[in-house]
Design a protein around this ligand. Structure first.
Ligand code: GDP
Ligand code: MG
Ligand code: K
Length: 299
C-alpha cells in the first residue's frame, strides 16, 4: 500500500444496454471479479460500486444494470430506476457500446445520456471482434454528430486492450477531494452480497435461455471459521419447472452450479469455502414490490 495522500476522488458511471460489456470492463479495471458477467443480458441487477485507488486518485465506478425498454414488471422498473439514478451526481459517464452492433436499446440509452450534465466518453467495446474497420469509423462519426462526446475510445474489455488509456483519461475527470473509501477497499458490497451474486451468475451461465432473470439468491448463513467459511444459499424461483431445471437430472446441474460457485468464492475470499445450496419456489416474487424489498432490492 502506498503512503500517498489521496487528493482526488470522484464517481464514474458505466452505462449501456445489456451485454455490451460493462461488467467485464469494471472487473478488468479493478483486476478482480466483482460484477457478474454472462452472455445472457440483465445479469447485473443492482448497483455495485467498484473502488479503484491508485496514487493520489480514487475513482469510484458505478456499474449499472442496463436501461430497459419494457417496464412492465416491478423488477424492471427497479432496474431502470437504479440505472437512471446512476447518471446523476457523477463526474464522468462511460457510455459503453458494442462497436459491432447498434440497436434500438443503445438508442434509448443515448437519449438518456444526452442530457447528462457531466462529460460523456463513448467507449466502443469488443473491437477484437471487428472484421471490417471501415464499417466502424463512419458509425462512430455518425454518433458523434448526434451528441457531443468528450472522447471516443475503442477498447476490448475482454482482451484488456486500451484499458490503460481509458483509465488514464478517466483520471483526468476526477475532481479534487478526499477519499470516500479506505484505499484497500474495492467495493461497497458485503461478502454476503458478492456470494449471492456468484451463485446467481453460475445459475444463468449453466441454464442459458431456459431460466429468465426470475431467480433470486438469499444468503441464509455466512459463518467464518479458521478451517472454512460456511455459506448456505437459498435459491428462489418462480415456478416448479424452473426448480426442476436448476436441479437437473439426478441433481447434476445444481451440483455443478455449487462447485463452480464455491471455486469463485474461494478465489474472491482467499479462504476455503463450504457451500450449501437450497432451492424453493416462491411464485410471483419478481412482480411483487414487497417481496423485492425483502430480498434487498430496496429503493
Ligand atoms: P454487461 O451486460 O454490459 O455488463 O455485459 P457483460 O460484461 O456481462 O458482457 C457480456 C458478454 O460480452 C460476455 O459474454 C462477455 O464475455 C462479452 N464481452 C465483454 N467484453 C468483450 C470484449 O471486449 N470482446 C468480446 N469479444 N467479448 C466481450
Ligand atoms: Mg453487467
Ligand atoms: K450481461
Amino acid at each position: 500500500m502506498s503512503e500517498l495522500e489521496i487528493t482526488h476522488c470522484g464517481y464514474v458511471a458505466i452505462v449501456g444496454r445489456p451485454n455490451v460489456g460493462k461488467s467485464t470492463l469494471l472487473n478488468h479495471i479493478l483486476g478482480q471479479k466483482l460484477s457478474i458477467t454472462s452472455r445472457k443480458p440483465q445479469t447485473t441487477r443492482d448497483q455495485i460500486l467498484g473502488v479503484k485507488t491508485e496514487g493520489h486518485i480514487q475513482a469510484i465506478y458505478v456499474d449499472t444494470p442496463g436501461l430497459h425498454l419494457g417496464e412492465t414488471k416491478a423488477i424492471n422498473r427497479f432496474m431502470n430506476k437504479t440505472a437512471s439514478a446512476a447518471l446523476k451526481d457523477v463526474d464522468v459517464i462511460l457510455f459503453v457500446v458494442d462497436a459491432n452492433r447498434w440497436t434500438e436499446e443503445d438508442e434509448s440509452v443515448l437519449e438518456k445520456v444526452k442530457y447528462a450534465r457531466c462529460p460523456v466518453v463513448l467507449v466502443a467495446n469488443k473491437v477484437d471482434q471487428i472484421e471490417n474497420k471501415d464499417d466502424i469509423l463512419p458509425r462512430l462519426a455518425n454518433l458523434s454528430e448526434r451528441m457531443n462526446f468528450s472522447q471516443i475510445v475503442p477498447i476490448s474489455a475482454l482482451r484488456n486492450k486500451n484499458l490503460d488509456r481509458l483509465e488514464h483519461l478517466v483520471e483526468g475527470y476526477i475532481p479534487e477531494g478526499t477519499a470516500f473509501y479506505p484505499e484497500d477497499q474495492i467495493t461497497n458490497r458485503s461478502s454476503r452480497f458478492l456470494a449471492a451474486e456468484i451463485v446467481r451468475e453460475k445459475i444463468t451461465r449453466q441454464l442459458g435461455q431456459e431460466v429468465p432473470y426470475e431467480v433470486a439468491v438469499q444468503i441464509e448463513e455466512f459463518v467464518f471459521e479458521e478451517s472454512a467459511i460456511h455459506i448456505s444459499a437459498l435459491i428462489l424461483v418462480e415456478r416448479n419447472g424452473q426448480k426442476r431445471i436448476i436441479i437437473g437430472e439426478r441433481g447434476e446441474k445444481i451440483k455443478l452450479i455449487g462447485k463452480e460457485a464455491r471455486i469463485d468464492m474461494e478465489n474472491l475470499f482467499q479462504h476455503k469455502v463450504m457451500l450449501n445450496l437450497w432451492i424453493k419456489v416462491r411464485s410471483g416474487w419478481s412482480d411483487d414490490e414487497r417481496a423485492l424489498a425483502s430480498l434487498g432490492y430496496q429503493e
